[in-house]
Design a protein around this ligand. Structure first.
Ligand SMILES: NC(=O)C1=CN([C@@H]2O[C@H](COP(=O)(O)OP(=O)(O)OC[C@H]3O[C@@H](n4cnc5c(N)ncnc54)[C@H](OP(=O)(O)O)[C@@H]3O)[C@@H](O)[C@H]2O)C=CC1
Ligand SMILES: O=C(O)CCC(=O)C(=O)O
Length: 479
């Protein structure tokens, strides 16, 4: 019988209805069985986190460093096993799975170091004889809700800073991919995290997530996922005056200018649009291409897409793994039909790929003759589908790139310093990439967008302190 992976509440493993975690490369394969938490389990987890907060927020920085650092080292040591688990539950290729696990280890290592670098400021008051200190303090119980597309990196970049700065946590991973989340909670638990400091409540958004949003005891909520759920998080948080941080959709542009190196343009856009099966909020789904290079670029990218190997995530030669589940696959194929109906030309891909094992395989799709008003250019598809928009020059390209409700990442491929510099200053996005893909970011620098993509302080790097701490200003008279 398959072992039930339980929820962690107040330091105890707690059972519940088990649900099968299915491999999207082979739907006959059960990756593991994971307990679904109830509403009461969630309330218990919140109460445990609240009770654990006073002691953890005053814990020594050496204790926090040690737990986070040991966690990083265990993740590195188990990279092969965890990478395979990730690829089996989410469908990313093994290379991508291993890369994401490494990134999670690096994030824990980074925040282990940050625990030792906690600092404040001390300045003279405008009043003689009075000193002013500014310190960052933990906030209390932090709620963490994560999506399915980065099963280990996103939990890591929310859990590690939350714990580093002395908060306690109630963590709900995406129901589709509980495996990697369970593994990192287990690692943190075994590496000495006191009971109640980190509570895992796997289960449905409508039950577990909603119970978290409804609780006044969660004082800060961090969320990555869809725009619709992000809005619910915002509304519920405002109701109880809780701090919140949202990372949501993208409709990221990559501009290709006439002066671009064609090889760089093809590789950058192929990776941005299709790797990780296009299931990244940083993916480029709008390729904005100037007239002089348009035809050569489309021909070369079409050839590259034809040669992309779609297959089982674990197979060595696979470049594009399966779509995560039937719901996302339907969304992708619906948008392909919408694109055709809107008059864009499907030049390659878009067909389901038949394999021996039942899985959700889709050939990456490229549209040309798209306009920026079409739904395929305005709405997040979240699959391996991109549209080429032809423009006359850089000025038009920039205007089209910025004409979107989103603003997560934006890229340009050019050999011109003038255009690269202008784009870095004028792209309406939180992250700008010159001659590198829009997706696949570093772990030690700020991550996040503008406009409809994000809300609240940035994630990752030392900027994470903005969300996971609150500032106190203290005045002391010398006496
Ligand atoms: N920006 C990004 O990185 C991501 C964007 N998306 C976009 O969202 C689309 C849909 O993906 P989907 O997984 O449904 O995204 P959701 O926004 O529904 O899921 C994200 C997280 O929110 C949880 N959630 C769902 N409903 C609630 C609720 N009422 N209260 C609290 N938490 C809730 C989910 O739980 P559960 O897993 O149980 O549903 C999951 O943990 C994708 O096609 C894509 O366009 C998706 C993932 C990541
Ligand atoms: O591109 C990346 O490295 C991160 C993307 C991401 O966070 C997301 O898709 O949710």
């Amino acid at each position: 019988m398959t072992e039930l992976h339980k929820n962690l509440i107040n330091g105890e493993w707690v059972g519940g209805d088990g649900v099968n975690n299915i491999n999207p490369s082979n739907t006959n394969e059960v990756v593991g069985v994971y307990a679904r938490a109830s509403q009461q389990d969630t309330l218990d987890a919140i109460a445990a986190a609240k009770a654990a907060f006073p002691a953890w927020s005053r814990s020594g920085i050496l204790q926090r460093w040690e737990i986070l650092s040991k966690t990083a080292h265990e993740i590195f040591a188990r990279k092969a096993e965890l990478g395979e688990l990730l690829s089996r539950e989410e469908g990313k290729t093994l290379a991508e799975g291993l890369g994401e696990v490494t990134r999670a280890g690096q994030i824990f290592e980074f925040f282990a170091g940050e625990a030792l670098r906690l600092s404040g400021e001390s300045v003279p008051s405008v009043r003689p004889g009075v000193g002013v200190e500014m310190t960052r303090e933990a906030m209390g119980v932090v709620g963490i809700i994560t999506p399915w597309n980065f099963p280990i990196a996103i939990p890591a970049w929310k859990i590690a800073p939350a714990l580093c700065y002395g908060n306690t946590v109630v963590f709900k991973p995406a129901d589709l991919v509980p495996g990697c989340s369970w593994a990192i909670v287990d690692i943190l638990h075994r590496n000495g995290l006191p009971k109640g400091v980190l509570n895992l409540v796997m289960g449905k958004g409508s039950v577990v997530g909603q119970a978290m949003l409804d609780s006044k005891d969660i004082v800060a909520q961090t969320f990555t996922g869809s725009v619709n759920t992000g809005r619910r998080v915002a509304e519920a948080s405002v109701k109880v005056m809780r701090k919140f941080q949202l990372e949501m959709g993208g409709k990221n542009p990559t501009i290709v200018l006439d002066d671009a190196d064609l090889k760089v343009a093809v590789e950058t856009t192929a990776q941005s649009a299709f790797y990780s099966t296009g299931q990244r909020c940083t993916a480029s789904s709008r390729l904005i291409v100037t007239e002089g290079i348009h035809d050569a670029f489309v021909a070369a990218l079409t050839e590259r897409i034809r040669n992309l190997k779609v297959g089982d995530a674990i197979a060595k030669d696979t470049e594009i793994g399966p779509v995560v589940d039937p719901g996302q696959l339907k969304q992708d194929t619906d948008y392909i039909e919408i694109g055709k109906g809107e008059g864009a030309k499907l030049v390659v891909g878009g067909d389901l790929v038949k394999r021996d094992n039942p899985g959700y395989f889709l050939q990456p799709a490229l549209f040309t003759e798209a306009t920026n008003q079409m739904r395929i250019a305005r709405e997040e598809i979240f699959g391996p589908v991109a549209a080429v928009i032809r423009v006359k020059d850089y000025d038009e390209a920039l205007a089209v790139a910025n004409d979107t409700e989103f603003g997560l990442s934006a890229g340009i491929v050019t050999t011109s310093l003038k255009y690269a510099t202008h784009f870095k200053r004028n792209a309406e996005a939180g992250m700008v990439m010159v001659n590198v893909p829009t997706a696949g970011v570093d772990f030690h620098v700020p991550f996040g967008g503008r406009k409809g993509s994000s809300y609240g302080p940035k994630e990752q790097g030392k900027y994470a302190a903005e969300f996971f701490t609150q500032v106190k200003t203290a005045y002391t008279a010398a006496g």
